[in-house]
Design a protein around this ligand. Sequence first.
Ligand code: ZN
Length: 199
Amino acid sequence: MSYFVSGLWHFAAAMAFAVAFGAWQNGSAFYFLGSPAFTFALMVSSSAFFWVPDRWAKRGLWKFLHYPLPDWDVLLLGPASHRNWLTHSPLLPALLLGALWKWPQLASPLFYQLALGAAIGTGSHLFWDCVGSKRHSIVVVPYWWTLREAASRVYLLLGATLCLTLGGALCGGFETGQTVAVIRWQPLVAFARRALEGL
Ligand SMILES: [Zn+2]
């Protein structure tokens, strides 16, 4: 089955979140998307390069570029493991934040840009898996333990919320690379006020 349509939706969701975060943080829709490192991490974790034609997408290492990181469960564990509970969770952004905590010397604008891209990309992927697909089944152990429809939906939504919250915490370090991750609420309030004034 082609991943193109699903990938396109995931791409659109990732762009929407990236634009919203940019507008929230800096008042500019392309504030984050202007960074190649951010955009690369965003794409790899949300939609990957879904436009790679199918005849190449199935071959060798190409398939790892064709499928986003959360959907590597299919490539590494087989189709029965799709929507694996670990790959469809905030594990990747949490690991990146954990690495920053353990090795503070990693703190640099580049690291923050990659980590922020991965947090927003994974969050948007989980969000769209939750709202955009008909079947919902999180696989804990293939053939043995899968979550039911409603529980899977809640699991994906919680994961998305956590990823995007981690993204919010990482926003502050985007340009400076400072280790202090602060959620900046003032831009959110200013953005909401501007949006309300525009109505
Ligand atoms: Zn997925």
